[in-house]
Design a protein around this ligand. Structure first.
Ligand code: ADP
Ligand code: ASP
Ligand code: MG
Length: 814
């Protein structure tokens, strides 16, 4: 004989119930079966809510009742052929009447005991088992309904009653001995006390009902049919990469379910374990999927079987000098909790015995505080024990595996992985059996912690990078194009999965938790939400993805001011925007400090020389102990383009216009021609070399005439370039006469920096600098005479985007 249990979601609609009927049909063709069902999906919650509302005197309990009534009647109409409907409807209406009367009673007397609540909530399973049994019959199956309340006997701990196995097992054995129906349908979750009062087995208890029956009848297997394809390596609703575990031992499954893997109600294992009956977890919506087999043996390919977590935990600490060396403190503490029926999920005690720390459900924390304060009233008054410290909104996360004990370094890896991702650990516990290592973390970190641990222990070490991209203009657009082109390569060769989670232009923002499709982002973005950088930040924080990267492709000051907020959330920042790094030294320093403190890289390679590896090289020189003595550089692709194309035949203003057309200058060419852009760049190099410098410390020897410097609009400025043609021609002729070329040079020497146009002789490395190229000469203690030279294309959207991309990959490879 087999026992099959179907959970709430498996029978949430008539469509789903038809799937169940098919599974039952196939199983019963092979052997006799017992079928245990939960209440229809969601009904238990509605019933409990109706009771609570009625007890408060809130008439809206009637709405809840209505929902329950409608749902069951609709399902009967959809499932049972018309000529059989009236009998079934009549029976259900009778039961609904009893439920309605009970609720009305609660409403009138404003009182709801655990006993009455059990009576109310038991209707969920009574309704569903009756309806599905009738539906099976309508499908020509030989099915008989048996109320489990007549079989399962419990104590009177209502809502979470303990089974009295001696009586229960006898009842079940007797019933099945005398019954020959192919299919016996039973409601899960419900039972009765020895006095005949309705009781229930705790939330999720239908699994337990099925296990009790399986054990009593010596079933060949217990099948738990649910909405996922087995017990997963982590809750699949939190970890997309989680996958079903094929084989798992009873102990491992018990630990996982105890620590929150809701797919199996923890007490379920005990009854079947004794008889060594396997449990098979199967998916009603994908019956052909293999599922998980829970049995005596565990496979040992991976010492870690799964990661589970429990939400809504409170961490309570009892401490004080008066606890040291005094026997019986823990006994009194946990005795007080046990009297209040408070279950403790995790305990740690310092070896000094100065403090004991434990985790319980948030909802029990008030009751626990009261009980403990009462128990230690005397010691607290005498200041020998400190008043209790209660921290709410925590979660427990646990790694589980039978074979962990024979592998070293697992806990080290667990904690360093969490630490690297800035997940703060509040308490740690490891059982002596080493079947689980658990830690208390903050509620907000659950998703991140689960995902990082999952990727560390289960995934092929593929690292996911989650990008939040601001600005999709020239540079941003190219960056997205490059990412799209390289996604597959990065995944296959560097094990990096690069996903763009959000995008913005100046008006709209677009989010997709699974990653935006880079083939269609351009058509999707106009339909996004209006841009709001506060909401954007909130979304990034709420998603709380590991390896989140904020990518700034703008030249916008207000965006540059947001970096600190992201770094503080451990979100890395990659930017081509120079404003932050060339703002006040204090701000620059603070961003670097936050990056270190929160373990969030802050990378801005493209601030100088676009995609050329200038800053990275400089960082490596410094990190390896070298000292920069002098920097000479041509850092403006725009000015280089302009002076390379300015000759006797062309006017200066025409060349500037042409540079604009070709995209070499900023929309406002004054930023380039005034030298401010180059000042920012040399400032950043000086700072990265270890010098404290402000923008105002940099001397700018401008080549512009006064009228151009005074122009207060772009068009006025361009006009002055025309009017002052003579001024520019003279500069050019003077250079020609000396066989020199004009280069706009930035220098940093001995702690000071300046920028300006220089006449470069033909034997100088700058002389042959083509097009919009950049060049940097680093003179250092190791390169005193022959400098370290970096030269190449230093402007343009493509190379800037590739520099940003390189920074992103740098974070991935870290
Ligand atoms: P049922 O209604 O069938 O009893 P439950 O909702 O009680 O179903 O349990 C199934 C759910 O358990 C899944 O939908 C999933 O969200 C959750 N769950 C939590 N942890 C795990 C895990 N490790 N493996 C599978 N499911 C899990
Ligand atoms: N219906 C009950 C609940 O929702 C029991 C179960 O589904 O297992 O908790
Ligand atoms: Mg369940």
């Amino acid at each position: 004989m087999k026992v099959l249990k179907f959970g709430g979601s498996s029978i949430a609609s008539s469509e789903n119930i038809n799937k169940v009927i098919n599974i039952v049909k196939n199983s019963s063709a092979e052997t006799n079966i017992a079928v245990v069902v939960s209440a229809l999906g969601g009904i238990t919650d509605v019933l409990l809510n109706a009771g609570a509302l009625a007890c408060k005197g809130d008439e809206s309990y009637k709405n809840s009742f209505q929902i329950i009534e409608n749902k069951h009647i609709d399902i009967i109409r959809e499932l049972i052929p018309v000529n059989n409907q009236s009998g079934v409807l009549g029976q259900i209406k009778k039961m609904l009447n009893t439920l309605e009367n009970t609720l009305e009673g609660v409403f009138l007397i404003n009182e709801l005991s655990a006993k009455t609540s059990d009576k109310i909530v038991s209707f969920g399973e009574l309704f569903s088992s009756f309806i599905i049994c009738e539906a099976l019959k309508s499908n020509g199956l030989h099915s008989e309904l048996k109320n489990s309340q007549e079989l399962i006997v419990t104590d009177d701990n209502f809502s979470n009653a303990a089974v009295i196995f001696s009586k229960t097992n006898k009842n079940i054995e007797n019933f099945f001995k005398q019954n020959s129906a192919k299919i016996v349908m039973l409601p899960g979750f419900v039972a009765k006390t020895e006095q005949g009062e309705v009781s229930t087995l705790g939330r999720g208890g239908s699994d337990y009902t099925a296990a009790i029956i399986a054990s009593a009848v010596n079933a060949s297997v217990l099948e738990i049919w649910t909405d996922v394809s087995g017990m997963y390596t982590a809750n699949p609703k939190f970890v997309r990469e989680a996958f079903p575990i094929k084989n798992i031992s009873y102990q491992e499954a018990m630990e996982l379910s105890h620590f929150g893997a809701k797919v199996l109600y923890p007490p379920t294992i005990q009854p079947v374990l004794k008889k060594e009956i396997s449990i098979c977890i199967k998916n009603t919506f994908e019956p052909e999927a293999e599922g998980t087999l829970i049995s005596k043996k565990s496979s040992n390919e991976n010492p870690i079987k799964g990661i589970s977590h429990i939400e809504n935990m409170a961490l309570i600490t009892l401490e004080g000098g008066g606890m040291i060396g005094i026997p019986g403190i823990s006994k009194r503490l946990f005795g007080a909790l046990s009297t209040e029926k408070i279950s403790v999920s995790l305990i740690t005690q310092a070896s000094s015995e100065y403090s004991i720390c434990f985790a319980i459900n948030n909802s029990d924390s008030e009751k626990a505080t009261e009980a403990i304060n009462k128990e230690f009233e005397y010691e607290i008054k005498q200041n020998r024990i400190e008043p209790l410290v209660v921290e709410q909104n925590n979660a427990i996360i646990a790694l589980v595996g039978d074979h962990m004990k024979s592998h070293q370094g697992i806990s080290g890896k667990m904690f360093s992985t969490l630490g690297k991702n800035n997940v703060n650990i509040r308490a740690i516990a490891q059982g002596a059996s080493e079947k689980n290592i658990s830690a208390v973390i903050s509620h907000k970190d659950i998703k991140k912690a689960l995902n990082t641990l999952h990727s560390e222990f289960f995934e092929n070490q593929t690292k996911q990078l989650n990008l939040f991209v601001v600005g999709v203009g020239n540079v941003g657009g190219k960056l997205l194009e490059q990412i799209k082109q390289q996604q597959q390569y990065l995944l296959e060769n560097l094990k990096l999965q690069v996903r763009v989670i959000a995008l913005t232009n100046s008006k709209k923002m677009l989010f997709n938790e699974d990653g935006i499709n880079l083939d269609t982002w351009e058509s999707q973005l106009p339909n996004g939400e209006p841009l709001n950088m506060e909401v954007f930040h909130q979304n990034v924080t709420d998603l709380n993805y590991r390896n989140s990267i904020f990518v700034d492709n703008t030249a916008n000051e207000s965006v540059s001011k947001l970096y600190a907020n992201y770094l503080k959330e451990s979100v890395a920042v990659v930017t081509c925007n120079k404003i932050a790094c060339s703002s006040s030294y204090n701000n620059y320093l603070n961003l670097k400090y936050l990056a270190r403190e929160y373990n969030a890289p802050f990378l801005f390679e493209t601030n100088v020389g676009a995609g050329l590896p200038i800053i990275d090289t400089l960082k490596n020189l410094i990190a390896s102990g070298d000292k920069v003595t002098k920097i000479q550089a041509v850092l403006s692709g725009s000015l280089n383009f302009i002076f390379n194309n300015f000759d006797a035949e062309t006017s200066f203003s025409d060349v500037v216009n042409e540079a604009g057309v070709q995209g070499y200058t900023e929309p406002d060419p004054r930023i380039d021609l005034s030298g401010i852009d180059v000042m920012r760049k040399i400032l950043i190099l000086a700072r990265e070399s270890g010098t404290q410098l402000e923008l105002s410390d940099i001397k700018n020897n401008s080549f512009l005439p006064q009228s151009s410097l005074d122009a207060d609009s772009v068009s006025d400025f361009l006009e002055t370039l025309k009017l002052e043609a003579e001024h520019f021609n003279k500069i050019q002729q003077n250079a020609d006469a000396n066989n020199c070329r004009l280069k706009f040079v930035a220098e940093f020497d001995n702690g000071t920096a300046n920028v300006g146009l220089q006449k470069i002789p033909s034997d100088h490395p700058f002389y042959n600098l083509d097009g919009s190229d950049n060049i940097v000469l680093f003179f250092t203690e190791r390169y005193p005479i022959q400098p370290l030279i970096i030269k190449g294309a230093g402007a343009g959207a493509d190379v800037t985007a590739s520099g940003l991309f390189a920074d992103i990959i740098r974070i991935g490879n870290n």
